[in-house]
Design a protein around this ligand. Structure first.
Ligand SMILES: [Zn+2]
Length: 171
């Protein structure tokens, strides 16, 4: 039997991920293993760690301050996800696509403070939307597909805890 040149773990890591649940057992290196003090405040974005998760809350006085994982990724310029928008249609409809991406981010961020757009880079052949989490690229990609059709493809690298989603429409 012919063997493939790729090591098996490399092949497995390129598989298509169907849903969020499959990724939840894989550890984000930016998530702390030990619990934070309840009420810990991120001095950069103002999110508060309460009841085991980061939430938006009115600022309260606290002795415990620590950067949240999203702000640490932003400061490190180290995205967890990238959505690449490609093709002639993407080039001709930049504004609409970016507007829709921002709208999706707003909706997501309200519920999940750690899920944010880090940067939007407009290159000659693609728009790159970098995110602080692995859920937002898919959420934005699916919204774009609902609105504008096109083709969506994704690959998740378990080793690097990194999701890359590509959306493409040529005409
Ligand atoms: Zn923060």
């Amino acid at each position: 039997m012919k063997r493939t040149n790729l090591p098996p773990q490399k092949e497995a890591s390129k598989r298509r991920i169907a849903g969020h649940a499959q990724q939840d057992h894989i550890l984000d290196p930016y998530q702390r293993r030990q619990k934070l003090e309840d009420g810990t405040l991120c001095p950069q974005c103002g999110a508060a760690y309460r009841h085991g998760r980061w939430q938006w809350a009115a600022r309260a006085k606290t002795d415990h301050e620590e950067l949240c994982p999203a702000c640490r990724r932003i400061n490190d310029k180290f995205p967890a996800g990238i959505l690449a928008l490609k093709g002639a249609f993407a080039r001709d409809h930049r504004e609409e696509l970016i507007h829709l991406a921002r709208h999706q981010e707003e909706a997501e961020k309200t519920e999940h403070p750690l899920n944010r757009i880090m940067s939007i880079e407009e290159g000659p052949s693609e728009i790159l939307i970098k995110t602080t989490d692995i859920h937002l690229p898919r959420r934005i990609g699916e919204a774009i597909t609902r609105a504008f059709h096109g083709a969506l493809e994704e690959s998740f690298e378990e080793d690097g805890y990194f999701l890359r989603v590509t959306w493409r429409r040529e005409s």
